[in-house]
Design a protein around this ligand. Structure first.
Ligand code: ZN
Ligand code: MN
Length: 436
């Protein structure tokens, strides 16, 4: 049986604007006292009118441009109806047929392009907290998060393994962060991942789609996908049930048990009864505005990594260091300094052997001095001196320990006095005892 996983991803990212999407309440809600950042608009009280946050719209354009999208000149908001207690209005203001951005892509290291269908802007929901109060099981609701600007990035189902999905997610995360419009801190729930998974079997059979909701780490996303692929193949072997309209389901991921579990049958677009939001007029995003935002885009992570590998830094270190501008500046300076191997310097910084707050050049010199940290290099020098002086070695072997001084002197000469004499003596005795 030939199986090919098919994975698409929805990524939700909270923007770091000062205020919420449709009102003036503060958008940053992490760790705040529940229900202290609300108003009639984000509580969904009757008659309250939403006013779109211009900064959030511009930020979404920025993310779209960074993801190689086209920006729709004509865009509008839509109502997505669903009843859920953390969404007081009974609907979410989102976007349906005219998202702000469409048709982008992210390129994986293999060169494979993962297409992005759309990037749209919506509002986040409140948060439910299931707890026990006075011995009773209750659910509390906190509306601080309700109405926070939320960007949704939807990919095509172009990934064929958990690893590809993970790489895509890491790239999206790095790109979004580099734009500066979102912090995307996964631990704070500022970026949430939803893979949709099914499996192609023997080239012509497809297992039913499963959407895995609200995952908050790249590793969990990858584990959940692997688990789901295995589960779906087993399920197909047992039941023969294939994908068809209406049999998409939603599952959660239990990171302790490392399994996915069923949640509910997935609504389809028609169930949401989308219609254009009547309280907000359509928007026109002029080329001028888009051009202006394009000019503010910083260099993207892959470009930064490439500029480091171009000057000789190993990709492994480039990927660790590219985002720290002070380190990048140091590496660029080092490139033109004599006697400095940029890759070695990158290695030492990446491995935290050099502290960039202090004198980097001195630390580099100290660390790379023969014999100080690099015993392997020193051993080669000692070995050379020993094998060039067979007569002195035989004197030593006959018991003439005075010749040790001669060897140490030779090694110091070979290393221009850079070696640590104590280390030299130790290594020398070691090598001589093995030559006996
Ligand atoms: Zn509000
Ligand atoms: Mn959404």
């Amino acid at each position: 049986m030939n199986t090919k996983p098919i994975v698409g991803l929805e990524v939700h990212v909270e923007l770091n604007t000062k205020s919420k999407m449709f009102c003036g309440c503060p958008a940053f809600h992490f760790d705040k006292e529940p229900n202290t950042q609300t108003c009639p608009v984000c509580l969904g009280l009757p008659g309250a009118l939403p006013v779109p946050n211009q900064q959030a719209i511009e930020d979404t354009i920025k993310i779209g441009l960074a993801l190689n999208c086209t920006i729709n000149e004509h865009t509008h908001f839509d109502r997505k109806q669903y009843f859920y207690p953390d969404l007081a209005k009974g609907y979410q203001i989102s976007q349906y047929d005219q998202p702000i951005c469409k048709n982008g892509y992210v390129t994986l290291d293999s060169g494979k392009k993962i297409r992005i269908l759309r990037v749209h802007l919506e509002e986040d929901t409140g948060k439910l907290q299931h707890t026990t109060l006075d011995g009773k099981k209750v659910t509390l609701v906190d509306f601080n998060r309700s109405g926070v600007p939320l960007v949704e990035i939807v990919s095509e189902p172009d990934m064929n393994s958990a690893e590809e999905a993970k790489e895509y997610l890491k790239k999206v995360h790095a790109i979004v962060k580099s734009t500066g419009v979102a912090d995307a801190d996964m631990e704070k729930g500022q970026m949430r991942l939803e893979p949709t998974v099914n499996v192609e079997i023997d080239g012509s059979h497809y297992t039913p789609l499963v959407e895995i909701k609200n995952i908050n780490s790249f590793n969990y996303a990858s584990l959940a996908i692997d688990y789901e692929v295995k589960r779906q193949v087993e399920d197909f072997v047992q039941t023969g049930v294939e994908k068809q309209g209406g049999n998409k389901t939603t599952r959660g991921y239990d990171s302790e048990k490392k399994i996915t579990f069923p949640q509910r049958t997935k609504e389809e677009a028609k169930d949401y009864r989308y219609f254009p939001e009547p309280d907000i007029p359509p928007l026109i995003l002029s080329q001028e505005l888009v051009g202006k935002i394009k000019n503010t885009l910083p260099q993207m992570p892959d470009q930064k990594i490439k500029s480091l590998t171009d000057m000789g830094v190993d990709q492994k270190y480039a990927k660790i260091l590219y985002n720290d501008q002070s380190v990048v500046d140091i590496l660029f300076l080092a490139k033109d300094k004599e006697g400095i191997d940029v890759d070695k310097l990158a290695n030492l910084i990446a491995n935290k052997k050099i502290k960039v707050e202090n004198d980097v050049w001195k630390q580099y010199q100290d660390l790379t001095k023969v014999g100080n940290t690099n015993e392997e290099e020193l051993k080669v020098v000692i070995q050379k001196v020993v094998s060039e002086n067979p007569k002195v070695v035989s004197d030593y072997n006959k018991g003439n320990t005075n010749v040790l001084g001669f060897f140490v002197g030779q090694v110091m000469r070979e290393t221009s006095g850079q070696a640590n004499a104590q280390v030299v003596s130790k290594l020398l005795l070691d090598i001589l005892s093995r030559s006996q």
